[in-house]
Design a protein around this ligand. Structure first.
Ligand code: KDG
Length: 341
């Protein structure tokens, strides 16, 4: 395992995130994956998406993880560094390949995704990686985690716990996006593990189905999709979150906090959903960016919905993530005169 040499950002990161970044091959033709003969190579991974989203909105972000000593690892390094993300703690680990996913684009029905990530370098993330990044975590304002990393391997799950401990010990704010991936573990295992992680989080985000499952309201994601968002949020508050944001897609978002505040924010109208993958991460990046700016939760929710709308309007996880001018322009457009500054 060799740290990558490169340009070292001078200033400390405001936000640290960690996880597995993947190369994502996206089908060139819409429809079933088996029918596509061409693919576009993109970079993905929920936490990397959030890191890039925050960087485009002007925040300093550091990313902790592992990639293989292969060309796809180079692609990820180049993309993150090119976006201005601090990759000092993105380690090259030759003992496994860089994770890969292949997915289709479909207008109707569930999207087929193939993962090639078992035994990947990214899944070898462990507590020593977190200890190596200790200075960055303890010096940050915010640590962002997701429910994907604990599903990758026992060492990755331990890394998440270690990072959470360090952040709490140093008074660093913590956010946690539930991001349940049924391809990685069972819903029952996810519910149990993620509920334990929710305790002590300053902010927990998730879809309605995820919030209801982890909040103890539903036994399956499918059942959770039919729950009341307020009840789902309250389940997560009862599990120890201080603030919960439930992402409701076309219905916008709902916020509840431990002091009894309830806010809701409508979604932006999207002419056509071109690619829904990564929209939740764009939403999270928009919300965190505005909170870090000192904006109110109302404004942050509105910006988050705008980022989600921009993300679903383009193909790929990263493509639609806005810069500040693009976000401001959308917020200032129909739907209410509003700017972020
Ligand atoms: O949120 C989008 C992610 O799901 C995608 O980028 C890939 O991180 C990923 C995963 O593990 O599914």
């Amino acid at each position: 395992m060799t740290p990558v040499q490169g340009v070292t950002p001078v200033q400390a990161a405001e936000v640290v995130t960690l996880g597995e970044s993947l190369v994502s091959l996206i089908a060139g033709e819409r429809g079933p994956l088996a029918g596509s003969g061409t693919f576009t190579r993109t970079v993905a991974g929920a936490e990397a998406n959030v890191a890039v989203g925050l960087a485009r909105l002007g925040h300093r972000v550091a990313y902790v993880g592992r990639v293989g000593a292969d060309a796809f690892g180079t692609v990820i390094h180049r993309q993150l560094r090119g976006e201005g993300v601090d990759t000092r703690h993105l380690v090259i680990d030759g003992s496994g390949p860089t994770g890969l996913m292949v997915r289709e684009l479909r207008d109707l029905g569930p999207m087929e995704v193939i993962y090639h990530r078992a035994g990947s370098a990214g899944s070898r993330l462990g507590p020593p990686d977190i200890d190596a990044a200790r200075g960055a975590i303890e010096g940050a304002r915010w640590l962002h985690l997701t429910g994907i990393t604990p599903a990758l391997s026992p060492s990755a799950a331990a890394a998440v716990v270690r990072a959470k401990e360090l952040a709490r010990g140093a008074g660093v704010a913590l956010s946690f996006d539930l991001n349940i991936r049924r391809r990685l573990w069972s819903e029952a295992d996810a519910a149990l593990a993620l509920r334990a992680l929710v305790e002590g989080m300053d902010l927990v985000l998730g879809g309605l189905d995820e919030a209801a499952l982890v909040g103890g309201l539903a036994r399956t994601l499918e059942e959770g999709g039919g729950c009341d968002p307020v009840d789902a949020a309250d389940g997560l508050l009862a599990a120890g979150a201080r603030q919960v944001v439930v992402k409701l897609g076309a219905a916008g978002a709902l916020l509840r906090d431990a002091t009894g505040t309830t806010l809701s924010s409508p979604a932006f109208t999207v002419p056509r959903v071109v690619d829904p993958v990564g929209a939740g991460d764009a939403f999270t990046a928009g919300y965190l960016a505005l909170i870090l700016d000192g904006a109110s939760p109302e404004r942050a929710l509105r910006a988050a919905n705008a980022c989600g709308a921009l993300a679903v309007s383009t193909v790929g996880d990263l493509n639609g993530l806005p810069d500040r001018a693009t976000l401001d322009a959308l917020l200032a457009g129909p739907g209410g005169p509003d700017t972020l500054r």
